[in-house]
Ligand binder design. Structure first.
Ligand code: TXE
Length: 480
């Protein structure tokens, strides 16, 4: 069986403890590879390698660093099909989604930050005629990039690309649930020409190596995407150690539909924003608010469209939804559907596990599920489910829907559907979220600030925000 290896100091190496965890294909329920169950010794080796590499990497001309990032992008695109298949097997997502979204975006992340860093500049503040201040931005040192399982290579590279571009050395920890494409990336790293120790990838569990990383004295910043509870734990560890923190956490995003919207476009996009990647995207709109006059039409059409979605083998190009990432996560989703029933909700469609034939007979599949009849304040409408489950909630007017949209502890993203742009701007201003989409969803420009408010996180990723996060500003004041 294939054994994934750590990537430390430019070499693929087994974990010091020679212990491995099972890595399961969620579509078959079968173990198909082994992942290092690394411990603090592997973290120590990786951090020391990164620390030793830092002085040279930090002083490597920006154009050279950018060239290496471009090599990564090129290699990812050259291996697009193999990486997409690996992502699909590891995560359960439809291979077509991995081919069209995950892997191209991983290449784009490297390309974007290669170009961004050569255009990056810092400020100057002339103080009348008395002095000139200028800001130096220097890399931080060794940084930790901890990523989740839902968009494995996409989110891992979204962190490591700006960190490396800015001149930091990285210890990356991909999710133990989906380690494969980060491992394949470490093989590509050798071809991309990245110097030894600049990028290290250590595999293993959060409690063992994630926490060893976040409390390590040589780690100066932590960029994390994952669950809100894990984010809180990392913040508790890192805050007294004064490490820089960027936390991208969960969401319970409102999708607000006014009767005057472009109906067909809204319906097609709402289907995607509800069920893409089996609803396991932090940006999915899981609470769908519909203006009362449109409610019954929308409900009928949406349920009909959801019923047509094919839940199937992720390797098949015909599948719209693949497998849920793990058995534990499937159980979590099922428990929320049970909760919705207990809270008095009506399951309009779905609600059940899907049993497929053939090689997927033991896989973890779930029907796209649409629920209505629940108040915005109930747990089903307040807590992140992170699966193919949405609720429909009617609303009377703008004021009411604003209050309901803002009523959860989360504040990641929101979508507004209306042809009335004055209203769209007004709502965009008042919704508590870091990202607002008007008449679209997941339309991404990598220059824009990305992240959430409230329990959805701290800090922003993307564009200049990421480069600022991964550098330390220093003001120099020169008297004239
Ligand atoms: O994520 P975890 P989980 C949400 C979603 C999901 C819930 C929990 O609701 O059901 O979070 O998912 C590492 N110190 N999202 O448990 O544990 C871990 O190894 C340092 C939303 O799978 O947060 C992995 O690499 N690191 C989300 C990463 O953190 C630790 C995407 C994320 O795992 C650690 C995924 C620790 N103490 C889940 N404990 C999004 N925002 O998109 C774990 N890790």
């Amino acid at each position: 069986m294939q054994k994934i290896q750590n990537f430390i100091n430019g070499s693929l190496v087994p974990p010091e403890g020679v212990a491995y965890l099972n890595n399961t294909n969620p579509a078959t329920g079968q173990v198909y590879s082994l992942i290092p169950d690394s411990d603090h010794r592997d973290i120590e080796l990786a951090i020391n390698a990164a620390d030793a590499a830092f002085p040279v990497w930090a002083n490597t001309p920006v154009a050279e660093r950018a060239d290496i990032l471009l090599n990564f992008a090129k290699l990812i695109l050259e291996n697009l099909d193999a990486l997409a298949e690996a992502e699909s097997v590891d995560n359960g997502k439809p291979v077509a989604l991995a081919k069209s979204v995950d892997i191209p975006r991983a290449a784009d992340n490297f390309k974007f930050f290669a170009h961004a860093i050569v255009n990056f500049s810092s400020e100057a503040h002339p103080t009348e005629t008395r002095a000139i201040n200028y800001t130096l931005r220097t890399p931080l040192g060794v940084v930790a990039c901890i990523s989740p399982w839902n968009l494995p290579l996409y989110l891992f590279t979204w962190k490591i690309a700006p960190a490396l571009a800015a001149g930091n050395c990285v210890v990356g920890k991909p999710s133990e649930v989906t380690p494969m494409t980060a491992f394949l990336l470490s093989e590509l790293a050798q071809q991309a020409g990245i110097p030894k120790g600049v990028l290290n990838i250590v595999h293993g569990t959060g409690p063992k190596i994630g926490s060893a990383l976040t409390c390590h004295e040589k780690i100066s910043a932590i960029s994390f995407t994952g669950g809100t509870l894990t984010g809180a734990e990392i913040a508790r560890t890192a805050a007294p150690l004064f490490k820089k923190l960027s936390l991208e956490l969960g969401g319970k995003n409102p999708n607000i539909i006014f009767a005057d919207c472009n109906y067909d476009e809204m319906l097609a996009t709402t289907l995607r924003s509800s069920f893409s990647n089996q609803g396991q995207i932090c940006l999915c709109g899981s609470r769908i608010f519909i203006e009362k006059s449109l409610y019954s039409k929308f409900k009928n059409d949406f349920v009909e469209a959801a019923n047509k979605l094919v839940v199937g083998d992720p390797q098949s190009e015909n599948s719209n939804l693949g497998a849920i990432v793990s058995e534990a996560h499937l159980h979590k989703i099922q428990s929320y559907i049970q909760l919705a029933r207990e809270e008095g909700g009506t399951i309009l469609t779905g609600g059940n596990r899907v049993n497929l034939d053939g090689q997927c007979k033991d896989g973890w599949f779930m029907e796209p599920t649409v629920i209505d009849g629940l108040p915005p304040s109930c747990r089903t409408n307040q807590e992140e489910i992170f699966g193919p489950v949405v609720t429909l909630i009617p609303f009377e007017n703008e004021k009411e829907v604003l209050k309901q949209a803002n009523s959860t502890k989360y504040g990641l993203s929101a979508t507004i559907w209306t042809e009335n742009l004055t209203r769209a701007h007004r709502m965009a201003n008042k919704i508590q979220a870091g990202i607002i989409w008007v008449n679209c969803w997941m339309l991404r420009d990598l220059r824009t600030p990305f992240g959430g408010t409230k329990s959805s996180g701290v800090g922003r990723e993307g564009g200049l925000e990421a480069l600022r996060f991964f550098t330390e500003p220093k003001n120099v004041c020169v008297k004239l």
